[in-house]
Design a protein around this ligand. Structure first.
Ligand code: B1M
Length: 224
C-alpha cells in the first residue's frame, strides 16, 4: 500500500468506526487493521502527522457529520467514529506536543457548558502545547464558574472556549459575558465549527480561529 492508499484506508476506518484490528465493529471490516494500526503504519512510512490529520482524519469526521445530518447514521455510530479518531490521535499526540521546551505563557481551554464534543478542543490544546504554551485543559461541559476558578489561579492566562453545537453558542456567549464582567483584562479566544468571526465580535470575545494553527497565531501575537 502506498501512502495515499493508506490514508484513504485510515479515513475509511474513522468514517466507519474501525478502532483497531481486534475490534469486532463494523462486521464487514472484521480482522482488518483499524485506525490504531494504520496511523502507526503511516507514521512509520514517514507521512507527515499534519497530512494524516488533514487528509484522513478530519475529512472522515466531516463525512460522519454529513451522514448524521442526513439521518443515515445515529449517535452510536458517531461515538464509535470518535473512538477511532481518538485511537489515531494517540499516535499523533507526541508529534504535536514535541515543541514544548520553553513556555510562552498559559492557555486555559475548555468546551463550554452543555457541550460534550472534545476532539477539536483536544486538537487545539495539543497544538498550542506543541507551540510552547502551558495548557490547562478543563475538559468538556465547562461552566463560567469553572473557567473563573482557573483564571483565579492563573490570572495571566489566555482563555480558549470551544463550542460545537449551535445551542451551546448561547452558553459560550454567557460564559464570555461572565468572564469579561469579572476579568475585563483577560484575553478570550473562541472557536469550534459553528463559531464565526462575526459571532466572536457579537459576544465580545477578543480572538477567533477556525483551526488550531490560527489559535497559535493569535496567542503568539499576544507575546510577540
Ligand atoms: Co455531535 N454534532 N452531537 N457528537 N458531532 C455535530 C457537531 C453536528 C454538526 C453533526 C451534524 O448534525 N451534522 C451536530 C451539531 C448541529 C448543530 O448544532 N447545528 C451534532 C449534534 C446534533 C450532536 C448531538 C445533539 C446528537 C444527539 O444527541 N442527538 C449530541 C450533543 C451532545 C452534547 O455535546 N451535549 C452529539 C454528540 C456527539 C458524540 C458524543 C456522539 C460525538 C462527540 C465525541 C467527542 O467529541 N468525544 C459527536 C461527533 C463526533 C460529532 C461530529 C460528527 C464530529 C465532531 C468532530 O470531532 N469533528 C460533528 C459533525 C462535524 O463536525 N463534522 C457533530 C472533528 C474536529 C477535529 O473538528 O470539533 O470542529 P472540530 O474542531 C476543529 C475546529 O472547529 C477548530 O479546530 C478543530 C480542528 O480543526 N476548533 C477551534 C474547535 N475548537 C476550537 C477552539 C479554538 C479554535 C479553534 O479556540 C479556542
Amino acid at each position: 500500500m502506498n501512502s495515499e492508499e493508506l490514508l484513504a484506508k485510515l479515513s475509511e476506518c474513522v468514517e466507519f468506526g474501525k478502532v483497531n484490528k481486534n475490534a469486532p465493529f463494523p462486521p464487514a471490516m472484521k480482522g482488518m487493521d483499524g485506525a490504531d494500526e494504520l496511523t502507526a503504519q503511516a507514521l512509520e512510512m514517514g507521512v507527515d502527522p499534519v497530512d494524516i490529520l488533514n487528509n484522513a482524519l478530519i475529512g472522515a469526521m466531516d463525512k460522519v457529520g454529513e451522514k448524521f445530518s442526513q439521518k443515515k447514521i445515529f449517535v452510536p455510530q458517531m461515538l464509535i467514529s470518535a473512538k477511532a479518531m481518538n485511537a489515531a490521535m494517540e499516535h499523533l499526540k507526541p508529534y504535536f506536543q514535541s515543541g514544548q521546551v520553553k513556555r510562552k505563557g498559559k492557555f486555559i481551554i475548555g468546551t463550554v457548558a452543555g457541550d460534550l464534543h472534545d476532539i477539536g478542543k483536544n486538537l487545539v490544546a495539543m497544538i498550542v502545547e506543541g507551540a510552547g504554551w502551558e495548557v490547562i485543559d478543563l475538559g468538556v461541559d465547562v461552566n463560567a464558574a469553572k473557567f473563573m476558578q482557573a483564571i483565579d489561579t492563573n490570572p495571566e492566562a489566555v482563555v480558549g472556549l470551544s463550542a460545537l453545537l449551535t445551542t451551546t453558542m448561547a452558553s459560550m456567549k454567557n460564559i464570555v459575558a461572565e468572564i469579561k464582567g469579572k476579568y475585563p483584562e483577560v484575553k478570550l479566544i473562541v472557536g469550534g465549527a459553528p463559531v464565526t468571526e462575526a459571532f466572536k465580535t457579537e459576544i465580545g470575545a477578543d480572538g477567533y480561529s477556525d483551526d488550531p494553527q490560527g489559535a497559535v497565531s493569535y496567542l503568539n501575537a499576544l507575546v510577540a
